[in-house]
Design a protein around this ligand. Sequence first.
Ligand code: AVI
Length: 310
Amino acid sequence: MTEQNYRLFQKGENIKFKTHQEFANDVLIGLSQPLKWLPSKYIYDARGSRLFKKIMELPEYYLTRTEIEILESKKKEIAKEIGDKEFNLIELGCGDGKKTKILLEQFLNNDQSLHFFPIDISEDSISEFIDCLRGQYPDLRSEGLVSDYFEGLYWLSAQNHRKNVVLFLGSNIGNFTPLKAGVFLSSLWQALNNDDLVLVGFDLRKNTDMMVKAYNDEKGITAAFNKNLLMRINRELKGNFELDQFEFYATYDVVEGAIQSYLISKIEQKVFIGELKWLFSLKAKEPIHTESSYKYLIDDIKDMASKNNF
Ligand code: AVI
């Protein structure tokens, strides 16, 4: 890490304390429900993020490849739509940068004047991402924002009156329920101005077998990725989950239009979570829901967009 290359909205220690408390609360709430569940956002600690990078390289995980193909084939159209005026390119969450770079290179080649602002709650991810971009594109004006998405967006809008172009890629919206996705879009709309643009990556519903395979890879990386939630509880909340006593299972719910991922307890067992001072029971075959990955129909996307003023 070089000198600080990002703007921090809250002191690092405060953020860490707040996220730790939220994690503990969410685990307690989720595992106390009749259908036990854990929010998938907690999979992404350093190890979870590394596993996700491996998932993106898997032959079964078509999503990343497809989005790259789409961006490659549409980058000129996207650049044209943005126009010649100076703009802010804002990325919500920072992935591995591969997709962002496709667009950045197009804009830079066209001599479009832009300022790049990735927004992410993880200080390490932002700093690493900005370092890498500055090394590769010395002329690019970039600043990372370590904050909540909307806090960062409101701050940016108050700083300057440039057009904003917001990227929310990787089908991340698919991990929200459609209701939450609507609320997210509506909040996004409120944080933006009339001429601003938003580019969201949705995964479309397709052949069931293909979707199921993408979440049941042969190497078991997706299983390890989901089990990382239990590992994280063990490490950060002093839990004693035995990972081998859980089977990973991902299935497609045709009514919801979503891949639903579970960790199923192989045996009847008790798990103690030290920090919560709590011993809870799992029956044999009892599932813990770990993730929903919603798949969309074009009409659903159009509906959702128009309902939220886009
Ligand atoms: C980040 N998100 C869009 C991925 C998805 O497809 O739901 C996370 C993932 N889970 C299993 N494989 C990938």
